[in-house]
Design a protein around this ligand. Structure first.
Ligand code: IPM
Ligand code: MG
Length: 350
């Protein structure tokens, strides 16, 4: 295999700070990788007048994988929607066909007290959320209009076709096969037509996966169960909007949003890897962001795009060892700076 090309799109806020640390860990592994950086989000708007400039999109398409930081900058909240930083990540997902979002949430040993849940409940959390990423209410017809009576109205269409549903559901089943063989599909089939079709398609695909135990749950109940007893979940498959919300919720159950990585995959090995946290403008530039989510995202990249699960395991183990050894950034109740946290991880690399 030719030397893989990694596109580094660090973005806004703490994005550059944490991506730099992920890069340090990758460098320390001594792998044969090429890196090219490009601006994205508000940072790209500043230099190129667009959150996802053509050169950045082109690099992302050429690369074997994208290591992404975060986008979002309050300075640009007043811009029209197409130019806001968040459009960069939505555009990348759509343009690269990254329909499958893997968001693992597990509690690292030693972080019981950082969770919002009671330690004995938090300890049991180890869930993989498989979120659909290029459809749903995010990408349906949307806009503003006037009603017949002259009122301003906003609308966003929720929609999925059966092919979109089946392909993400298959990712859910395949993921369950690599874990405890339990798949929970989350929808709102008691109210939404989109969800009724979702549930029908899930049951159809299930015929190909008899060895996986399938259950269904309404999203409101799932949100409740997530704080009551998250240990009951193995793999959750759900649509774009519900997955967005449930994955943030799962992250706090697992200790801190600063610990959770994610992968956005096209089903053919290409992927974009990013912490699930955002640009955190309130702490940007202060050197106190937790780099672990970005570092663990790099591990997911090695696993899912670069065919190097051993290197991925080494990173996962090193992060676990750093946490167990007491390394804590502010989000985990400690005082460690971003770089020091990475140093603790590097110290644990075998
Ligand atoms: C996420 C984020 C994004 C989303 C935003 C920044 C558009 O919340 O990745 O979860 O809603 O998908
Ligand atoms: Mg989100």
């Amino acid at each position: 295999m030719a030397t893989p090309l990694i596109a580094i799109l660090a973005g806004d806020g703490i994005g550059p700070e944490v991506t730099r640390e992920a890069r340090r860990v990758l460098d320390a592994l001594g792998l044969d990788l090429r890196f090219t950086e490009a601006p994205v989000g508000g940072a790209a708007y500043r230099v190129a007048g667009h959150p996802l400039p053509p050169d950045t999109l082109d690099l992302a398409k050429r690369a074997d994988a994208v290591l992404f930081g975060a986008v979002g900058d309050p300075a640009f909240d007043a811009l029209e929607r197409d130019l806001r930083p968040e459009q960069a990540i939505l555009g990348l997902r759509k343009e690269l066909g990254l329909f499958a979002n893997l968001r693992p949430a597990r509690l690292f040993d030693g972080l019981e007290d950082a969770s919002s849940l009671k330690p004995e409940i938090a300890r049991r959390i180890d869930v993989m959320i498989v979120r659909e990423l290029t459809g749903d209410i995010y990408f349906g017809d949307k806009g503003h209009r006037m009603t017949k009576t002259g009122l301003r109205e906003g609308y966003d269409l929720m929609r999925y076709d059966e092919v979109e549903i089946a392909r993400i559901v298959r990712v859910g089943f395949e993921t369950a096969l690599t874990r405890k063989r339990k798949l929970l599909s989350v929808d709102k089939a008691n109210v939404l037509e989109t969800s009724q079709l979702w549930r029908d398609v899930v049951n159809e695909v299930a015929r190909d996966y008899r060895e996986v135990t399938l259950t269904h749950m309404y999203v409101d109940n799932c949100a409740m169960q997530m704080v009551r007893d998250p240990g009951q979940f193995d793999v959750i498959v759900t649509g774009n909007l519900f997955g967005d919300i449930l994955s943030d919720q799962a992250s706090m159950c697992a200790g801190s949003i600063g610990m959770l990585p994610s992968a956005a995959l096209d089903g053919e090995g290409r992927g974009l890897y990013e912490p699930i946290h955002g640009s955190a403008p309130d702490i940007a530039g202060q050197g106190k962001a937790n780099p672990c989510a970005a570092i663990l995202s790099a591990a997911m990249m090695l696993r899912h795009s670069l065919g190097d699960p051993q290197a991925a395991d080494r990173i996962d183990v090193a992060v676990g060892a750093a946490i167990l050894g007491g390394a804590r950034t502010a989000d985990l109740g400690g005082t460690m700076a971003t770089e020091a946290m990475t140093d603790a991880v590097l110290a644990g690399l075998e």
